[in-house]
Design a protein around this ligand. Structure first.
Ligand SMILES: Nc1nc2c(c(=O)[nH]1)N[C@H]1C(S)=C(S)[C@@H](COP(=O)(O)OP(=O)(O)OC[C@H]3O[C@@H](n4cnc5c(N)ncnc54)[C@H](O)[C@@H]3O)O[C@H]1N2
Ligand code: MOO
Length: 413
């Protein structure tokens, strides 16, 4: 005979999903240095063009691209060097056909110029004369004003978990405070007559409290604000008072220990008394973690986790963290994981080097599609739009639309 009516993990997940309340996170404002990992409460738009002026991406010479057409090693195009642009300074320089201006990487493009020829594709025959050995296409080696992010454009949507890429984009736009959702409040309770605090030397049948620390660490890592309610004895009224306090002060409560069916295992009755309804489930067809309990007390989900530390951590990872993500308004993608996705377009790659192709992930017809995010490496918006990266190996000359590629996920979503 089995005391539990064990349900499969997938069924537990869908029962939990249909019990959870809608997201109601209050916003708060944090400084940019504190914003990593926080979730935006509002759409964020740029107040300025990024870059604020057209600039060079290489060291070389600003030119009129049409002047360089036909240039080659044997047939250099001759231009007159008229001026020099200095870093961090606005320039009054401008060029007309036949002229070139010395450019540093990142310098402001002079009026009239539409491309920059790299230093290594030029020669100086004398102080004033430049020989261009390779043609430059219009826009080559230039990032135009607003090409990265346009003034007024929304570049970070509400509900985005901020990564270093968004932090960089916010900094570039001069935004030093961000409206984020308040951290999800989670209460943690350890139960058991035998459990003692970490600072106590256990005697007799006592053991140190592990679960308060592992669970708090896992939830803190997931971006929650954790309150520990300490160790509660196997006493119905004391545990009732602790769970009641936890539910009043938090949006999610975890009680470990007392989830089984022994005489001291009160969690089920307590959730039912406080929630005034049956628990959603008690018993999972998984190992470890079989005696897991889930119920709702008003709008607050409450888990009764098994006391064994391995079981408590396993169920926290498998069930509680996904609940945290749902309550934070996030999906299931985890930064650092690798997933398969189908490429949406051909991407050329030069053999002899590894290419890191940034992609946006789109869920379509039961699979992920990887949409390449193309752009120059000076553009921070390339990073804010991308969800992951595909490594195109050194020997490859490119990938084809429809290829199934491995995407390393860069952001939690
Ligand atoms: N007759 C049955 N007994 C048990 C079953 C079963 O199916 N039938 N399932 C077993 C499984 S599996 C687990 S898991 C445990 C879960 O029991 P509880 O959730 O009621 O937990 P406790 O009995 O309170 O403790 C279990 C174990 O874990 C230690 N513990 C508890 N809290 C902590 C803590 N905070 N830090 C470190 N260690 C902790 C406790 O001392 C016990 O050793 O039930 C089985 N029984
Ligand atoms: O779930 Mo118990 O979960 O095996 O230790």
């Amino acid at each position: 005979m089995d005391f539990f009516d064990c349900i499969p993990l997938a069924k537990a997940t869908s029962l939990i999903d249909s019990s959870l309340p809608e997201l109601t996170a209050e916003p708060e404002e944090v400084g940019l240095m504190q914003a990593l990992g926080r979730i935006t409460a509002v759409d964020i738009a740029a107040g300025v063009d990024l870059p604020p002026f057209s600039r060079s991406t290489v060291d070389g010479y600003a030119v009129l691209s049409r002047d360089t057409f036909g240039a080659g090693e044997g047939v250099p195009v001759m231009l007159t060097v008229t001026d020099e642009v200095f870093m961090g300074q606005s320039t009054e320089a401008s060029i007309v056909s036949g002229q070139a201006v010395i450019m540093p990487t990142g310098g402001m493009l002079p009026a009239g110029a539409d491309a920059v020829v790299m230093l290594e594709h030029t020669e100086r025959s004398d102080h004033e004369t430049l020989l261009v050995l390779k043609p430059a296409a219009p826009g080559e080696n230039v990032v135009t004003k607003g090409e990265d992010i346009k003034a007024g454009a929304m570049f970070i949507a509400a509900g985005t978990k901020l990564t270093p890429a968004e932090i960089g984009a916010l900094a570039a736009c001069g935004i030093d405070k961000v409206k984020v959702r308040q951290r999800l409040k989670v209460g943690i309770i350890s139960t058991g007559d035998e459990v003692v605090d970490v600072s106590t030397v256990p005697v007799g049948g006592q053991v140190r409290d592990v679960n308060s620390y592992t669970l708090a660490a896992m939830l803190t890592e997931a971006g929650c604000h954790v309150t520990s309610y300490g160790i509660i004895k196997d006493n119905y009224d004391e545990l009732l008072a602790a769970v009641s306090k936890g539910v009043n002060e938090n949006q999610l409560v975890l009680a470990s220990g007392g989830s089984s069916v022994g005489a001291r295992d009160h969690t089920v009755q307590i959730i039912e008394e406080l929630g005034r309804q049956k628990v959603v489930f008690h018993g999972l067809a998984v190992k470890p973690g079989k005696p897991t309990i889930f119920g709702m007390v008003g709008r607050v989900p409450v888990f009764g986790l098994p006391g064994h530390p391995v079981a408590a951590m396993t169920i926290c990872q498998m069930l509680v963290i996904p609940v945290v993500k749902r309550l934070q308004g996030l999906k299931a993608l985890k930064a650092g994981c690798k997933i398969s996705a189908r490429l949406t377009r051909n991407c050329a790659s030069a053999p002899g080097r590894d290419d890191f192709l940034r992609v946006k992930l789109i869920w379509l017809e039961g699979e992920y599609r990887a949409e390449p995010v193309l752009g120059k490496s000076g553009l921070i918006s390339v990073m804010t739009q991308a969800d992951g990266v595909v490594q195109v190996p050194e020997g490859s000359s490119g990938l084809y639309a429809g290829d199934v590629v491995t995407v390393e996920v860069m952001r939690e979503a």
